[in-house]
Design a protein. Structure first.
Length: 446
């Protein structure tokens, strides 16, 4: 494990533990237009006019434009040595202070700050101890955040059963707000990546509260603090239940969950352009489940000069696709794992490909077969990576890279979703997805 990767894992854990969640941009509300009045029969028809072109809202364009920069900044793999060094110093100082403190000596705001401090220092047992003491004393206003710290701490010491129990307790005792929604989303994703059926169970428990929250106008806010979760993000989290039902081959339950989520959304009189865009991405991915792989016309392969730039039409026991943008630096490293995974499962066979696209539409239109970046050419050489037009990202509703798509032997999409960095490791997420599809172990991790 490299120092950069270690720091990235630690920092991500600290962010979750401290409940430093991504905040939505201020919503730009688009009113629902009223029906046009019907003209009287005697009224002469108006002269035909050229309809005004549909313009994408500036807020949505801004969010799209900023997304690559925000994604790169969020990864410590892209931080300088100076930044990583400063982070390490801060974490070390926090851990030393945490080790020297005793939770029983603090109360109120100080007790919560101690839990927060220990979480930043990755001192998970003391962080959990302080958080639980804060909760037990019925302290406010950081009660929900204390639950979040406890959930993250228990997860990082591999006490998933206790983390799940704490999440359930939080759902039963705390008002459903943005802090709760983010914490449950973290727990759902953690359990799903671990291959636990409890991901579906906690999604069911949360569903009614989430549907109710989704039916209310505006972003969901925290009871205390400034944390918010946008309508689009809330919709995506609510739809996780439908996805999990589909992964479990329960189409009826998935349809019922989808109807409830969409029904809640229909109660809103206005949805921002940014939120609507995120909602459409989720719908695109959900609608692909159970469908045959759409046509993907690769323009070039980076595997070798003799390899054909195409996805094998014989899908083998399964085929795994990893879609990622040319600016995703971490995805380049992931493709080395994909290559090893494909080699180790070549006799089964399980095929695996990377689908590299550019978000620069103009460059795509000029020559989709050009190498998008010199670094991609260099680092992805020899890997089963196919260059594809940018339109492919829209076809699969890609929001964040990397996006995984798993096909069965008939080329039917059985899984689509975001991939963790260790997805192709031994006993990793992709292996669990394939085992769930087949009902038995078929893949070898690397």
């Amino acid at each position: 494990m490299t120092n950069a990767f270690s720091a990235r894992v630690l920092f991500a854990a600290a962010l979750v533990a401290a409940v430093v969640m991504s905040l939505a941009l201020p919503a730009q509300t688009l009113p629902v237009p009223a029906p046009a009045p019907t003209p009287p029969a005697a009224q002469a028809p108006a002269s035909p006019q050229t309809p005004a072109p549909v313009r994408e809202a500036p807020g949505a364009i801004y969010k799209d434009a900023m997304h690559p920069l925000e994604a790169v900044r969020a990864s410590l793999a892209n931080w300088s040595d100076a930044e990583l060094g400063a982070l390490a110093v801060g974490m070390h100082k926090a851990r030393e202070a945490c080790d020297a403190a005793k939770p029983e000596d603090y109360q109120g705001e100080d007790l919560y700050d101690l839990a927060h401090l220990c979480a930043f220092g990755q001192d998970w047992n003391p962080a959990n101890d302080a958080a639980l003491k804060y909760i037990a004393r019925k302290e406010e206003p950081h009660r929900t955040q204390a639950y979040a710290i406890s959930v993250a701490a228990l997860t990082h010491i591999n006490a998933l059963d206790l983390a799940l129990a704490t999440t359930r307790e939080m759902l039963g005792r705390q008002p459903y707000d943005a802090e709760v929604a983010y914490t449950v989303r973290y727990m759902k994703d953690t359990l799903e990546h671990a291959g636990s059926p409890q991901a579906l169970a906690i999604a069911k428990q949360e569903h009614a509260a989430m549907v109710q929250a989704l039916s209310q106008p505006g972003p969901l806010k925290a009871m205390h603090g400034d944390t918010t979760i946008s309508t689009g993000a809330l919709y995506a989290s609510a739809m996780e239940l439908a996805f999990l039902h589909r992964f479990a081959d329960d189409s009826d339950a998935a349809a019922a969950a989808t109807a409830e989520v969409d029904g809640a959304l229909e109660k809103l009189t206005a949805v921002s352009a940014e939120d609507q865009q995120e909602i459409e991405h989720v719908r695109t991915q959900y609608q692909l489940l159970g469908k045959h792989l759409p046509g993907v016309q690769a323009t070039r392969t980076l595997q070798s000069a003799s390899a054909k730039p195409q996805i094998d039409s014989n899908f083998g026991a399964a085929t795994v696709l990893v879609l990622f943008s040319d600016w995703c630096i971490e995805c380049r490293g992931l493709m080395l794992d994909v290559m090893k995974f494909a080699i180790e499962n070549g006799q089964t066979p399980i095929h695996a490909y990377g689908l590299l696209y550019s978000e620069d539409v103009a460059a795509d239109a000029q020559d989709a077969g050009k190498v998008l970046h010199a670094e991609n050419e260099k680092q992805l050489a020899g890997t089963p990576t196919l260059e594809v037009p940018g339109q492919v990202a829209k076809t699969f509703g890609v929001v964040d890279s990397p996006l995984g798509v798993v096909l069965d032997s008939n080329g039917t999409i059985r899984f689509i979703g975001a991939l963790p960095s260790d997805a192709f490791h031994e006993n990793g997420y992709i292996e669990k997805v394939l085992e769930r599809m087949s009902g038995k172990g078929t893949a070898k991790g690397n």
